[in-house]
Design a protein. Structure first.
Length: 528
């Protein structure tokens, strides 16, 4: 039997009533939120937990939790979204969010501490649920800061937590206040049921994940005693749907992140009066170079982690033609054959941008600047390119060499954006180390808990470890050899995935409820 079949054969018969997510508003009994954050948990959206716990009326957020009350994850998320924690690059203002969340933990009888950073109102929050043994703690890592919004491009207030047509909108709804609400809501449910855990569970709600100087690295350097643990769970793995974009298809947990680095492209030209344009315009030269690179794709590389992922994807999809394309790619014996098959895989995918990113080093053109006055043709133009490479795929130094070779024909200078005080050679060595890093071990209690929760909560879906196409705050723990994993615990559509760091970010309300059930089962594996 495959690992998936073994898990499926052995799981308890609960939580299988999920069926298909709908885009329609939920019925009256599903989720009600009202004045003061009151909520009712139950109804169709929570049918999966009906066999394991009674329908309960939740206490107001910040109120005393009891055996008969637990905060509703939707109410938790709405409250989290109401705090404007935008991070423009110098840290977000997270103190109010932290103070509110500390009151929630306090009300549940859990010790919580706010850790200030040198940046005003930019704080971390650490809660610690004491366990019954000295086993190495489990740490739950979730960031409270969010990327900025373009308010004019949103159809709702990005900080109102608006529920519309069965989806909740807000900056951070997906990344990652939604995951925080599901995970914290699951823990609070256990506590409201009078549960005890067999080890300490540390819940770190950190700041500066989205940019800034005082994130998890700073916290680990200054307060490692508060973060030392045996396993970490954070953001990452996607819960993908079949072609209807609602029925669960593939539940993943990420065990490795792509390798993050930036390149800077510079074009030079003659600075002169704008009334007499010259043919060597730096802006024009850079624009042509970006157009060339924008049409270019790095070569496909399949690592052991991504091979396992795509094999699971082929097994999970209802689209057999797409499954055949995946198998062609996995079996290809030459690079040209692999490239042709990969193009078919991306074309046939309902999540094409995700799957393209999992196949190669990516380039994203994120910041462009040139000029300072309308009657001056500038002498230089610049664009920042954000790149993410596959561990054990194409080395960042080889990718850099390829870009330099292509740009030399256009007389464009390419620089590796190394940290201050670090030479390019030193930084390439650092990137080589990340590139060669091992994925998180699968033989851990946390991975087993996630895999069992997946097959119990989504019995019709396939489960697989995966590569995360983005990055996380797991660096300090990975440097110490502590295994870290990632999940975004809700089924999403491709449209919702595009909303991550974009406009109208949102997730399904029902998916949030189901994801909370999933996390409840994950943590349930650690009960005393």
């Amino acid at each position: 039997m495959s690992p998936h079949e073994q898990h499926t054969a052995g799981h308890e018969g609960t939580g299988g009533a999920f069926g298909t997510l709908t885009r329609h508003p939920l019925n009256r009994r599903s989720f009600l939120t009202g004045v003061g954050g009151l909520a009712v948990v139950g109804g169709a959206a929570a049918s999966a937990q009906a066999v394991t716990r009674p329908e309960v009326v939740a206490a107001p957020l910040g109120g005393r939790a009891s055996a008969a009350a637990a905060p509703d994850p939707l109410a938790l998320l709405k409250k989290m979204l109401s705090f404007d924690t935008q991070n423009f690059g110098q840290g977000g203002k997270t103190r109010q969010h932290a103070e509110w969340l500390k009151s929630v933990w306090d009300s549940a009888g859990v010790s919580a501490e706010i850790i200030p950073t040198p940046q005003p109102d930019n704080v971390h929050l650490i809660a610690r649920i004491e366990g019954t043994t000295s086993a190495a703690p489990l740490l739950l890592l979730g960031h409270s800061d969010v990327v900025p919004v373009e308010r004019d491009n949103w159809s709702t207030d990005p900080f109102a937590g608006t529920v519309k047509d069965g989806e909740i909108y807000g900056r951070g709804a997906l990344d990652m206040k939604g995951a925080n609400a599901a995970s914290i809501g699951a823990l609070l449910r256990h506590l409201s049921e009078g549960a005890r855990f067999e080890r300490d569970i540390i819940v770190l709600t950190d700041c500066d994940e989205e940019a800034g100087s005082y994130g998890s690295g700073w916290l680990a350097k200054n307060h490692w005693d508060k973060l030392d643990c045996g396993m970490v769970l954070t953001e990452g793995g996607w819960f993908l749907a079949q072609s209807d974009q609602t029925t669960p298809m593939l539940i993943t947990v990420t065990r490795q992140d792509k390798v993050y680095f930036n390149l800077d492209l510079y074009a030079a030209g003659t600075a002169t009066h704008s009334s007499k344009p010259m043919p060597d315009s730096a802006i024009v030269a850079l624009s042509r170079a970006v157009a060339d690179l924008g049409d270019d794709l790095a070569p496909v590389h399949l690592s052991a982690v991504t091979r396992e992922y795509f094999e699971a994807l082929a097994d999970a999809t209802d689209d057999r033609r797409w499954a055949r394309a995946i198998h062609l790619m996995l079996k290809a014996r030459s690079q040209p054959a692999r490239e042709r098959a990969a193009a078919l895989v991306v074309k046939g995918s309902d999540y094409p941008y995700l799957h393209s990113a999992l196949l190669r080093t990516t380039m994203a053109f994120v910041i462009e600047d040139a000029g300072y006055k309308e009657n001056v043709i500038p002498s230089e133009a610049h664009v920042r390119v954000n790149c993410r490479g596959i561990p054990r795929g194409q080395k960042p130094r080889d990718f850099l060499a390829d870009v330099r070779r292509k740009m030399a024909r256009r007389d464009i200078e390419v620089k590796l954006a190394a940290p201050a005080g670090v030479s390019e050679a030193e930084y390439l060595d650092q990137l080589d180390q990340r590139w060669a890093g091992e994925p998180a071990d699968l033989d851990t209690p946390l991975y087993q808990a996630i895999s069992q929760a997946a097959v119990q909560t989504y019995p019709s879906a396939r489960f697989s470890p995966a590569l995360f196409e983005a990055g996380t705050s797991l660096g300090p723990w990975r440097e110490k050899g502590i295994p870290g994993y990632g999940v975004y615990p809700y089924v999403i559509s491709n449209e919702q995935l595009i909303g991550m760091h974009g406009n109208d970010e949102r997730i399904y309300v029902e998916a949030l409820a189901k994801g909370t059930d999933f996390m409840h089962r994950v943590f349930g594996r650690f009960l005393a």
